[in-house]
Write a protein that binds this ligand. Structure first.
Ligand code: ZN
Length: 309
């Protein structure tokens, strides 16, 4: 009897991994299942199909960490590179959406953690693109070289040689896109976000931002930097689309659902419906909240320093 129960349990697990949608407990969004909790470690649920988000933007990454491609008439820009063992699927996805890999001119790495930078070497070879990161995070990317990765432990990570470096305020211009780079040290020393993406939907164009993690490092100096980061984020005006680097942000997604909940709405969208990724109000609330949080963290750190020993 015990044996039969075990078998049934195994069959159930297998059936569930076949279909991510089926696998959700009631109310658990796909974006959260693949990003947080025990199922996020499963390899197969990450290998999702690519999708078009705007006329000039595709999602080609695995479920939990985004890889976006912004197309222009003069070549394309890729944001983040995912990691093994998902890079074959990412390459496949690029071809599936009809992007010529050789048209990709830049691969921008949000920060030097493996889930963002781990695919960069193979994707550089595949596309011929320049790999772009801050100098601080290039040091992290170089340090990943030869290290086992956290999802595919048999294979040592291969990272590209230090390629293109960007700094606060640098511009990245390609075709009709004039992007502005910002650094927000904290999560890593050279974590970045980018403003100025122009996202096209029929005859409408929306202003997008990519990335936006702004938390400072621990301690008083980190807390001060956290406030500067949040101020930079709030200084970006008129953001209508927030392109997240991960499918889900705690505690409640974006809100309004993570990437894959919004993607589902794209499928059922009718002519004249608003675009599910256009959500200025959620962005504004998020930016405001990030500043309030950063200020309260700073106040706590200052109180610690001021407290008598
Ligand atoms: Zn990270």
């Amino acid at each position: 009897m015990k044996h039969i129960l075990t078998m049934a349990a195994i069959c159930l697990v297998v059936a569930l991994s076949d279909d991510l949608v089926m696998a959700q407990p009631a109310g658990e969004p796909v974006s959260k299942v693949c990003r947080e909790g025990p199922r996020a470690r499963e390899i197969e649920i990450q290998k999702i199909e690519p999708f078009k988000v705007f006329d000039n933007l595709y999602h080609v990454g695995p479920c939990f960490v985004s890889a976006w491609i912004l197309t222009t008439p003069q070549g394309d820009i890729m944001f983040d590179s995912a990691q093994e063992p998902f890079v074959d699927k990412v390459m496949d996805n690029i071809k599936k959406v009809g992007v010529n890999p050789r048209d990709i001119k830049f691969i921008v790495i949000n920060h030097g953690h493996i889930d963002h930078a781990g695919g960069a070497a193979r994707l550089k070879e595949f596309t011929g693109a320049r790999v772009v990161a801050t100098p601080e995070d290039w040091t992290m990317i170089e340090a990943l070289n030869g290290r086992p990765n956290n999802r595919d432990s048999d294979k040592p990570t291969v990272t590209p040689k230090r390629d293109m470096e960007v700094h606060e305020g640098d511009h990245l211009d390609l075709g009709d896109q004039h992007l502005i780079i910002h650094t927000a040290p904290g999560h890593t020393p050279g974590n970045l976000f980018i403003e100025g993406l122009l996202l096209k939907d029929g005859n409408r164009t929306y202003k997008g931002i990519w990335g936006g993690g702004g938390v400072g490092a621990p301690g008083l100096e980190g807390a001060k930097q956290g406030v500067i980061n949040a101020q930079k984020l709030n200084a970006v005006q008129g953001v209508q689309v927030y392109l997240m680097t991960h499918s889900w942000e705690p505690p409640d997604g974006y809100p309004g659902g993570g990437i894959h909940e919004r993607a589902k709405l794209l499928v059922t969208r009718k002519p004249g419906d608003s675009h599910p990724f256009v959500d200025a109000a959620s962005w504004d609330a998020r930016a405001k909240r990030s500043l309030e949080t950063a200020q309260s963290v700073l106040a706590q750190e200052q109180a610690k320093t001021a407290a008598p020993k």
